[in-house]
Design a protein around this ligand. Sequence first.
Ligand code: UT7
Length: 367
Amino acid sequence: MPFAHITGWGISVPEPILTNDDIAKMVDTNDEWIRSHTGIRERRIAREDQFPSTLAVEASIKALQVANLAPTELDLIILTSSSPEYIFPATACIIQDQIGATKAGAFDLLAACSGFIFATNMAAQAIRSGSIKNALVIGSETLSRFTNWKDRNTCILFGDGAGAFVLQASDKPGGLLSAVMRSDGSGADSLTLLGGGARHPATEATIHEGKHFIQMDGKAVFRFATRVMGQAIKESLELANLKLDDVQWIIPHQANYRIIETAAKYLKTPLDKFVINIEKYGNTSTASIPLATVEAVQNGKVKPGDKIAFVGFGAGLTWGAMIVEWTGPIPAKKPVHPEQYRLFARLRSFVRRAIRFIEGFFSRKEL
Ligand code: UT7
């Protein structure tokens, strides 16, 4: 049975920064309250011309560069997002087209902030089954589009960004060692974005009622998160036959510094074992785990051979954890340049659209 290794990683964040002081000009809050209750100092906000696919494509190309893998070698792309571009088509297909992943199946996975754990596990299991060799998993968000900038309970929390992992099959042991995925729909009301779906299709009334904005029972989510984080890590460690001491790093979903502190206490583990970068980006939902991971790799914390416990939780309710032995890039045989495929991808996409147009023109004539 092949192992599923993480061999590439990349992130992309929009440049515009929104500080706590900026938010204090919009709602009745202040920097001190936000920092002491959440750990957040600032977050990134996508420009008008940036979408989940825009950020995802940048993060994906970087991840493919690290893995030294051509997009044409990808068998599978899973995009997980709490702010996808449409209900359909899947944002993953837009990314597939733009990076030139000509043979990849692409779909979106919705598990809110647990999405990156769920998607990475699904891609890894497809590799472990032997049915595919190379997969791209992306978490990408422009949550700012669904944020009610008049609601101080939520607007202080969320930010935009994207992160991607490349997963590859190898006979060498390592990579994903275990994973748990859990859900409890009885808590579905705790964190929602109700408008625009089949139950509340967009109407003047849904807009008037603010159903197109994120709504959250912050306290309920807080209690749930502190309960499940430690448990999920323990379960995934057990499945991997490991103890907490065998793990060098815990990389949690970055939702609230105090949630992470509580998990550390529950696990009786020092807080410096946790990778935390919430102060710079806020809660970027599906992107928060890869954003924290890639920064930890770039600043030399995470090294090949390290064992990492990843843990996430979010709307659904959903939660999950996975244990990974960090691989690092596979030594390159011959450099490939994934970024160069973008030009071919654009050309290919243009030609395909043109052919579709011409086909449509002649089929209309035939009718
Ligand atoms: O990916 C998962 C997504 N969501 C989460 O993880 C959210 C989990 N929950 C949380 O992070 C926290 O519950 C919040 C940060 C949302 C809120 O923190 P809290 O410590 O639970 O505050 P609270 O809701 O209990 O409010 C305490 C007080 C209230 O005032 P009173 O009633 O005590 O007078 C609030 O009205 O703080 C007030 N408050 C604020 N004050 C200044 C609530 N939000 C703000 C604010 N600025 N932004």
